[in-house]
Design a binder for this molecule. Structure first.
Ligand SMILES: *Cc1c(COP(=O)(O)O)cnc(C)c1O
Length: 477
């Protein structure tokens, strides 16, 4: 199966929509696209952190696929039907129905976005001194687990940390590692297994159904619930359909439902799969957790029938949930990402393989072997890509990984990546061609890129606001 994945010829899958409305770029954005000096100035002002660029300084924005998706005409029509009643908005009940129809959990607590749901889940389930196993980590999920007093434990398979290994399911949990943790600390110290779908930090990599079943068997034996991060659920389901024996004839919707049925609950950032600009939720089957979360949401978010979203946001999300599970939608979305990745592989640019579901990840360690990890090669590469072309990506390496909360030491990850996350339904294949050309050009000039040192460093989630300086006189000499 691994070899097949590698040698498969690329087949394009056209998207199931036509473009009716476009978002015009400003003259400033066009100017930035044409003027390298302006880009050099802009990135310097932004402290070499792409998070600190202004949108009108960016030409193609692959910073994130979060909240940047294009909504459909059907979703926009739903926005007009927003019921902004403080309590009991009809759109909440539409959202609840959509969640039950597609994800299949009993109870829904809406939130303004994913991290609010993570906050509630962590506060309600974790006791100080607990351990929470995760298949790698997601930044906000881990920070909430740690704030609640837990120790994060990585139980992902070793291949998840190897950018060059063509493993079809790098999101898998290493059952042996989890078993060892249970033996070491005892199941009573493990409030839940935190399982992320299409693991972002590993490069957008799925787990298999076979792995999930084995995980469930182990967790059931020890009465440890599996709590899903279902933010990229349908992209994981699509990868199972494409790669796992026995799933070729199952729909994405059926597979997504099967994944959820193996878990006790979920947190979701609606800004990804569910095709909206803002929103999220916690859903679960346990009535006690539900009642506690519902009591908590009114403290931090808003009443339990809107949880920080407006009625129109909930309607758009309800409609997005039905759109996201359509096979052709997911196939075309993942295929567009693969289209970009395929061009880079053909040109010899080092990227994480297999290509992820939502993003192409440049492997900065191999792209810039002359820059040591202490000089933040992925941060430097994301800044250099912006200077080269006006394309904005994001560092996913040492800066994102941050510091150990106890020792204060930087947590050195094995992966130094630049993520190019592609918003759903927002860009054309021409944009992908442009991006590929720019990256290939930059790869040829890679020797000229210098490392960075940190100037300003925030205490938590430092990657959002940190500022840097080139180690040499200039970022690109
Ligand atoms: C975006 C994201 C989150 C956090 O959600 P927000 O809506 O940004 O708060 C959590 N987990 C994963 C996998 C995500 O991609």
């Amino acid at each position: 199966m691994n070899e097949n994945m590698k040698e498969r010829e690329f087949q394009i899958i056209p998207p199931p929509y036509r473009i009716k409305v476009v978002e015009l770029l400003s003259s400033e954005q066009i100017d930035i696209a044409d003027n390298r000096e302006r880009r050099e100035k802009a990135i310097k002002q932004a402290g070499y952190n792409t998070f600190l660029l202004k949108e009108n300084q960016v030409y193609i924005d692959f910073l994130t696929d979060s909240g940047t998706n294009a909504m459909s005409d059907n979703q926009w029509a739903g926005m007009m039907l927003g019921d902004e009643a403080y309590a009991g908005s009809k759109n909440f009940y539409h959202l609840e129905k959509a969640m039950r129809d597609v994800y299949g959990y009993r109870y829904l607590v809406p939130t303004h976005q994913g991290r609010a749901a993570e906050h509630m889940m962590s506060e309600l389930l974790i006791q100080p001194g607990d351990f929470v196993p995760n298949n790698m980590y997601f930044t906000t999920r881990r920070v909430h687990q740690e704030l609640a007093g837990a120790t994060w434990v990585d139980v992902s398979i070793d291949e998840a940390h190897e950018p060059e290994t063509w493993h079809p399911f790098k999101g898998n949990v290493d059952i042996t590692k989890l078993d060892a943790l249970i033996r070491e600390v005892g199941a009573g110290k493990i409030p839940y297994m935190s399982l992320e779908a299409n693991v972002n930090m590993a490069g957008g990599q799925p787990f298999s159904m076979e792995n999930l079943r084995a995980l469930k068997a182990l967790c059931d034996r020890h009465r440890i619930p599996i709590m899903l991060d279902g933010t990229r659920l349908v992209e994981n389901a699509y990868c199972i359909q494409q790669r796992e024996d026995g799933y070729q004839n199952r729909s994405v919707r059926q597979i997504a439902r099967e994944i959820c049925s193996c878990t006790g609950g979920v947190t979701v950032s609606g800004k990804k799969d569910t095709l909206v600009n803002i929103g999220g939720f916690l859903a679960c089957n346990d009535k006690k957790l539900f009642l506690e979360a519902r009591a908590m949401v009114v403290v931090y978010e808003g009443l339990h029938t809107y949880g920080g979203m407006s009625g129109r946001d909930m309607e758009a999300m309800a409609r997005g949930i039905y759109e996201m599970v359509q096979d052709r939608h997911v196939a075309a979305r993942v295929n567009q990402v693969e289209y970009l990745g395929h061009q880079l592989i053909q040109a010899g640019v080092p990227v994480v393989v297999p290509i992820g579901g939502h993003a192409v990840f440049l492997d900065a360690s191999r792209f810039l072997p002359h820059i040591p990890q202490e000089q933040y090669p992925a941060q430097a590469l994301s800044a250099a890509l912006y200077v080269e072309s006006g394309i904005r990506g994001m560092e996913r390496g040492l800066v994102s990984s941050g510091r150990d909360p106890i020792t204060g030491q930087e947590r050195k990850p094995k992966l130094e990546l630049v993520r190019l996350a592609i918003p759903r339904r927002g860009y054309t294949h021409t944009d992908m061609d442009f991006v590929a050309q720019a990256i290939v050009r930059l790869y040829r000039a890679r020797d000229k890129i210098s490392g960075l040192q940190m100037g300003y460093e925030p205490k938590r989630l430092r990657f959002f606001q940190a500022r840097f300086k080139p180690v040499g006189a200039k970022l690109m000499g």
